[in-house]
Structure formats: C-alpha cells, structure tokens
Design a protein around this ligand. Structure first.
Ligand SMILES: Nc1ncnc2c1ncn2[C@@H]1O[C@H](COP(=O)(O)OP(=O)(O)O)[C@@H](O)[C@H]1O
Ligand SMILES: O=c1ccn([C@@H]2O[C@H](COP(=O)(O)O)[C@@H](O)[C@H]2O)c(=O)[nH]1
Length: 214
C-alpha cells in the first residue's frame, strides 16, 4: 500500500477476462456512493486505455493481441491517475470493442476521494501497483470465465461465438497464464467465485471506508 496520499484512495481490481471485475467494481461503487456522495467516488476501466488503433485496417486490428501488456497505454493511465491524485480533472478515453479502437469522444472525470480501477493487467505494472492503496484479484475458475465471456461478448461486444473461441485459444488463455495469473501474488485480497461474492463486497466497502477516515 502506498502512503502518498489518502485524499484519493485507489483500489485496483484485477483478474481474468469475465472473472467479475466490472460487476464487483460497479456494485461497490453503487453502494458506496450513497455513503460518500457520487461526486466522491468513480470507476476507471483499464480497457478505456487500450491503445488507439485508428491508423490500422480492421483486418490488422482483429489480429492484435489484446491480452498482452503492450496493447495498453499504461503511460496515459498512470498520468491520468497522477493528475487525479493532484486534484486535476482528466478526459478518460472511450474504447469500442467492436471497432477495436478509441472513439473520438472522451469521458470527463473530476478528482474523487475513491477511485476503483478495474482491468486484467493492472497488477503486472509496478507503477500501478505503487499507486494503489489496496488490490484485489478475482479468482474465478477459467472455465466459468470462458462461459461468461462467450455470453457477454456475443450479447454486448458485437462478437461471433467462433471469433470469441478462436481468440480465447490464441491469446486470451495463453496471456492469462503468462501475465495475469502470476500477478495474483501482488493482490491483497483474493476473491473466489465472481462479482456477486457478498462478503468480498462488504470487506472492500469497509476497507475503503477505513482508508477514507485515516
Ligand atoms: N458471480 C456471478 N454470477 C453470475 N454471473 C456473474 C458473476 N460474476 C460476473 N457475472 C457475469 O459474468 C459476465 C462477466 O462479468 P464482468 O464483470 O463483465 O467481468 P470482467 O469485468 O472481469 O470482464 C457479466 O455478464 C456478469 O454479469
Ligand atoms: O479490441 C478489443 C479489446 C479488448 N478485447 C478483450 O477484452 C478483454 C478485457 O476486457 P474484460 O472486460 O476484462 O473482459 C481482453 O481479454 C481482450 O481480449 C477484445 O477482444 N478486443
């Protein structure tokens, strides 16, 4: 845990794709904002920081390995977090999973007391680990993640079942084994089963409340 400033508490949630990171982040967000006020808490998704690929053709974009750390612009993410810590507003990029690139639009974010950061590769980057006050790893079994990803990506991310399965074998699973699973060692809290783990949600809420008081 970094002691740099408790004016802005940053909680990182990592884990496999479809392990429940977004679900647990949005649940903690919704429940905490009632206590601290919605202008005091925000969620940042690492996926918003996938690199811009507008200079590539669609064929080239489809071939990108989105599960390798190089696919993400962590420099921009670190810069934005530092600005938020310093009390400055930032423009969070918007990313299209169907176009595989950034949109022109951005989402303004004002400084917050609590930022919940969620993404697959957060714990692989020492700069991000240093900036976080606490970190969580969603330890959902990989077969369950695959089933949930298949359903979600076809329903919500403009994907075919075949493309999800091909990508899973080619990059998603191998990169999980190479980068994401080994980063579990850096987490403070390991959450089994997924984004509906009530005890984990309550532990996170209590920990954030304690950090806010210190
Ligand atoms: N414990 C759970 N039980 C049932 N469905 C879940 C659970 N956790 C997550 N899901 C569902 O699985 C899918 C993937 O979860 P999501 O939070 O988007 O994963 P991630 O952000 O890790 O990629 C979503 O449709 C979500 O609603
Ligand atoms: O253009 C893209 C960008 C990302 N992905 C996949 O998204 C997941 C990470 O997001 P989760 O919300 O954690 O599932 C990652 O596994 C990438 O493979 C993509 O398919 N296309």
């Amino acid at each position: 845990m970094s002691e740099n400033s408790h004016q802005c508490v940053i909680i990182g949630i990592a884990g496999a794709s479809a392990s429940g990171k977004s679900l647990i982040a949005s649940t903690v967000y919704k429940e905490l904002k009632e206590k601290v006020g919605d202008h005091q808490i925000g969620v940042i998704t690492e996926d918003c920081y996938y690199s811009d690929q507008s200079h590539l053709t669609m064929d080239e974009r489809v071939k990108t390995n989105y599960d390798h750390p190089n696919a993400l612009d962590h420099n921009l993410l670190c810069d934005h977090l530092q600005r938020l810590i310093e009390g400055k507003a930032v423009e969070v990029p918007q990313y299209s999973y169907s176009e595989h690139t950034r949109l022109k639009e951005t989402t303004p974010m004002t400084p917050k007391k609590v930022i919940i950061l969620e993404g697959i590769l957060l714990l692989t980057d020492p700069r991000l680990r240093e900036i976080m006050h606490a970190s969580v790893f969603m330890d959902t079994p990989l077969d369950i993640c695959l089933l949930r990803r298949l359903q979600r990506d076809v329903a919500e991310r403009g994907r075919t079942m075949e493309s999800v399965l091909v990508q899973y074998q080619k990059t998603v699973r191998p990169m999980f084994m190479q980068f994401i699973e080994p980063s579990k060692q850096y987490a403070d809290i390991i959450v089994p089963r997924g984004g509906k783990n009530r005890i984990a949600i309550d532990v996170l809420k209590a920990h954030i409340a304690k950090l806010l008081k210190s």
